[in-house]
Structure formats: C-alpha cells, structure tokens
Design a binder for this molecule. Structure first.
Ligand code: HEM
Length: 297
C-alpha cells in the first residue's frame, strides 16, 4: 500500500501522458487542416467517367469496417480514461461521468475482441498486396503525387502511402492487442522484463535508454509500464488514423466509394492505381466483366 511507484505512475499519467499525448493529437489535426488549406481536395483530374470498377469484395469491406468501427469505439472509450476527468468532467459533472465511464470501460474491454478479429482478417486478406516493391520507391520519390496537381505515379492495389498505413495499423494494432490483453488479465505476464531481457542479449539496455529502473520488474511495475505503453501506442495509432480518415473522406474525391459501395470510378482508379487497373483488366477477357458499366450522366 505504500509502494511509492504508484505515486510516480499517477503523476506521470496526469502530467506528461495527459499533456503530450493531447498535444500530439491536436498537432496532427492542425497539420491536416493546413494540408487541406494548401493542397485542397485531391480531385479526379479527368473527371468522373461514370464507369465503375470493383475495388473491394464484401469480405474485405466487412473486415475493414469491423476493424474501423471497433477502433473508433476503443479510441473514444480509451481516451475517456486519460482525458475524461480533465475535459469532460467540468462539462457534464461527476454524476454523469462516473456511470458513463463505467459503460465505456465495459465497451472498451469487449470491443477489443472485435478489433482483434477485424485486424486478423484484414491482415490475411491484404498482406500480399502490401509487400514493399520497386513501384513504392518511384511513388515515394514523386511524393505520391500528393503535392503536385497533375502527376499521379503508377501504383498497384495499394500505393506506398497505403502500405505505410497498412503496416502501421498491423504493428501498432498487434502491440495494442498484446498490451491490452495483459491489462485485461493482469499480473500474469512479464512482457517488459522479457522484452528488455531479449534486447540485453544484443547489448541494448532499453531500461537505461528510457530512464526506467532496471528490469526485472514486479507485477505492479509490469502493469504500470504496460498501461503507459498501451496509451502511447494508442495515440500514435489514432494520429495515423486521423490522416487515413481525412484522405478516405474529405481529402480525396472518389476515395470513400472503395469502402462504401466497393466500386470506384474508372478514372479515379486509373489515376491512383494504374498498375492495378491494368492487372484487373488483363485478367478479364471482356473488360465489361471488370468494369461495371454505368451510363455517364
Ligand atoms: C471513418 C473511418 C474510416 C474511413 C472513412 C476509411 C476509409 C477507407 C477507404 C476509403 C479505404 C480504401 C482506400 C482505397 O481504395 O485505396 C480504406 C482502407 C484501409 N483502412 Fe480505412 N477508413 C476508416 C477507418 C479505418 C480505421 C479506424 C482503420 C484501422 C484501425 C482503417 C484501416 C484501413 C486499412 C489498413 C486500409 C488498407 C490500406 C489503405 O488503404 O490505407 N481504416 N479505408
């Protein structure tokens, strides 16, 4: 009851965690607003053709939305743990925030399983399309065509920017899942002691670099480190997803359809994923099989 690390942890959570993680999310939103002000909405340069091409199957869209919606619920309910007391309590009072936080906490715990399932299915479906290759170097060298209004570097099903999102979501999502699991079933794991021991084999003293006490850690220290890690990784992923949601909605004309109806305009596809369009077309003897013809207005 008198172990002083509990107090250190409380001060850390209410100080740097709260402030820096909050600034990181605000800074991301400001940068996206600046990008939008400077670049504007990325338009389909040649206008909509009125011809649709199938981009994602029902299973691909279901796994995306399972992962996306559960992540949004996890994000809101998780942020309430860190920011509820300082930001929401003054607005709604403790009689409302208390029970609401209880429900959000339960939602957080159960929704985690839906997120893990969506993440696993999306990984299986998309990993082959996200292996880095030479087209990515060209795409990156041209800044993805994001900065110039006229040139769109060729790309396969996913361009280099999307591969960054994919691997970011997979690695950060896995780390959130593992650390979340250890928080859900506390005092049974020694993730930090074990990981730091692995690093020490190759001569890297992670605890020293991070200014932490030397490993191995007690069960309570493991929980505290895990909780801090879970929060930091969650906010890194939230910032990444802010950018993803921006480009998938208001940031780029025609992009949302890919995950909405599953079909995109042929001109959008040619501008953003030209190699993929050629592949899809060449797989079909009759282009009408690939492109779902719809009369141009
Ligand atoms: C309202 C929220 C969201 C919207 C509107 C949205 C929209 C989209 C769209 C339109 C695509 C397909 C892009 C294309 O055709 O090339 C996509 C892909 C993808 N989304 Fe989302 N998304 C949302 C949330 C999320 C979340 C929360 C996650 C992960 C936790 C996520 C992970 C992915 C991944 C991994 C891909 C494939 C790679 C990529 O295209 O970047 N999305 N999303």
């Amino acid at each position: 009851m008198i172990q002083s690390q509990g107090e250190d942890w409380r001060l850390y959570r209410q100080g740097p965690t709260h402030d820096y993680l909050g600034y990181a999310m605000l800074a991301t939103l400001v940068l996206l607003a600046l990008f939008m002000a400077i670049r504007g909405r990325i338009k389909v340069e040649h206008g909509m053709s009125g011809i649709k091409i199938k981009r994602f199957s029902t299973l691909e869209r279901m796994s995306h939305w399972l992962m996306a919606l559960s992540f949004i619920i996890l994000g809101i309910s998780g942020l309430n743990v860190t920011f509820g007391r300082s930001l929401i309590l003054p607005l709604v009072g403790k009689d409302f925030l208390g029970p609401m936080s209880g429900y959000l906490k339960a939602a957080h715990n159960y929704t985690a399983f839906a997120f893990m399932l969506g993440l696993a299915i999306a990984f299986v479906l998309w990993v082959v399309h996200n292996i880095p290759d030479r087209t990515d170097l060209n795409w990156l060298a041209k800044g993805g065509g994001l900065l110039s209004k006229s040139s769109h570097p060729p790309a396969k099903k996913f361009n280099a920017g999307q591969k960054v999102i994919f691997w970011g979501v997979m690695v950060l999502g896995l780390s959130l899942s593992v650390s979340g699991w250890a928080l859900l079933f506390p005092f049974e794991h020694s993730l930090f002691s074990d990981t730091f021991a692995l690093f020490s084999y190759v001569g890297i003293d992670v605890a020293h670099i991070l200014g932490l006490p030397e490993a191995p850690y007690s069960a309570i220290q493991e929980q505290q480190l895990n909780s801090a890690w879970h929060g930091i990784i969650a906010v890194v992923m939230i910032c990444l997803i802010f950018a993803h949601i921006y480009i998938g909605t208001i940031g780029m004309e025609g992009a949302f359809d890919a995950m909405g109806s599953g079909e995109v305009d042929l001109n959008w596809a040619r501008e953003h994923h030209s190699i993929w369009v050629d592949e899809v077309m060449s797989e079909k003897t009759d282009p009408a099989d690939a492109a779902v013809a719809a009369p141009a207005e």
